[in-house]
Write a protein that binds this ligand. Structure first.
Ligand SMILES: Nc1ncnc2c1ncn2[C@@H]1O[C@H](COP(=O)(O)OP(=O)(O)O)[C@@H](O)[C@H]1O
Ligand SMILES: Cc1ncc(COP(=O)(O)OP(=O)(O)O)c(N)n1
Length: 280
């Protein structure tokens, strides 16, 4: 039997299926990693926005996490919408208790439509309790600006932000995503020693709901398999680029990305390879 790699997402549910828990599980599956979830909040959401947020009681979140860790095991985990400071405290306590080192923190704060997915008074707990435990933090530009309190307007300030997250808050690495800038998006990774740059061609579309969740889930899946940080980010960048480019065109607003595009492309390549090998 093949070895089974396992990843856990601790995040909010998106009824529309494009972001949150749903995006994470779809991504894990497409990268052939067994996905598990602990739901922190249920959102009533579609491509037009967030229409309701219902927090899960803290004991319920703790039970979900303990249940999967104690029986199935976790090779890597990620966090998304954590909603309240108590949830951050809980996750930090459990990550420490179970010595979970492959933690990817996607510091989700505000949905594209403007809904707050993290209470403002939870920002400090994020900085003090969760960031020091992270193998990687994956903020977009507005989130990085909130975390470190500086304006980010260039590649140089993206580099500075990544260094500050690592040096000030103790994360092992930080990647500042460039989707919110004009032009081809470059994501800047600082691994505590050096910078790595990941650039793709910008695809003009309104269907970018859940890009951040999908990108961080793909990194988590690859880390679960034992890939290095830079290998994991490279695969995630290809995954999200294809997911955006092969848009599904669903809904009247900001639609989801295509979570099967990467897998389909990989299938096509292996079919072509098999054909070529058959010929020679
Ligand atoms: N229009 C686009 N075309 C190609 N890649 C994009 C586009 N928008 C975002 N990305 C990429 O998607 C990922 C998520 O980025 P970003 O949109 O900045 O995060 P978030 O969804 O958290 O706001 C990054 O790798 C970014 O470079
Ligand atoms: C339940 C839930 N979690 C996270 C998000 C934010 O997702 P993100 O990938 O940042 O995408 P946008 O909301 O910015 O499109 C969410 N919306 N819902």
């Amino acid at each position: 039997m093949d070895q089974v790699f396992k990843a856990l997402t601790i995040a909010g549910s998106d009824s529309g299926g494009g972001a949150g828990i749903q995006a994470d599980l779809k991504t894990f599956q497409m990268l052939e990693v067994y996905g598990m979830s602990a739901i922190t909040a249920v959102t009533a959401q579609n491509t037009l926005g967030v229409h309701g947020i219902y927090d899960i009681p803290i004991e319920g979140i703790a039970k979900q996490i303990e249940s999967v860790i104690s029986d199935i095991g976790v090779d890597a985990l990620k966090t998304g919408m954590l909603s309240q400071p108590e949830v951050i405290e809980l996750v930090a306590d459990l990550v420490t208790k179970h010595k979970l080192s492959k933690l990817v923190v996607d510091p989700v704060m505000i949905a594209k439509g403007g809904a707050a997915l993290l209470a403002e008074h939870a920002q400090d707990a994020m900085r003090k309790r969760l960031l020091p435990l992270a193998a990687l933090v994956t903020p977009n530009i507005p989130e990085a600006e909130v975390i470190i309190g500086m304006e980010i307007s260039s590649l140089d300030t993206m580099k500075e932000a990544a260094v500050r997250i690592v040096e000030q808050f103790g994360s092992a690495a930080a990647i500042i995503k460039g989707g919110h800038r004009i032009g081809d998006p470059t994501d800047v990774l600082y691994d505590g020693e050096q910078f790595h740059f990941f650039t793709a061609e910008r695809y003009e579309t309104r269907h970018t709901h859940g890009t951040g969740c999908t990108f961080s889930a793909a990194i988590t899946a690859e880390l679960a398999k034992g890939k290095t940080l830079t290998e994991s980010v490279q695969t995630a960048k290809t995954f999200i680029t294809l997911a955006i480019r092969h848009e599904l065109g669903i809904g009247g607003g900001h639609g989801p990305t295509n979570h099967w595009a990467y897998w389909r492309e990989a299938q096509t390549h292996s079919d072509l390879q098999a054909k070529e090998q058959g010929k020679s």
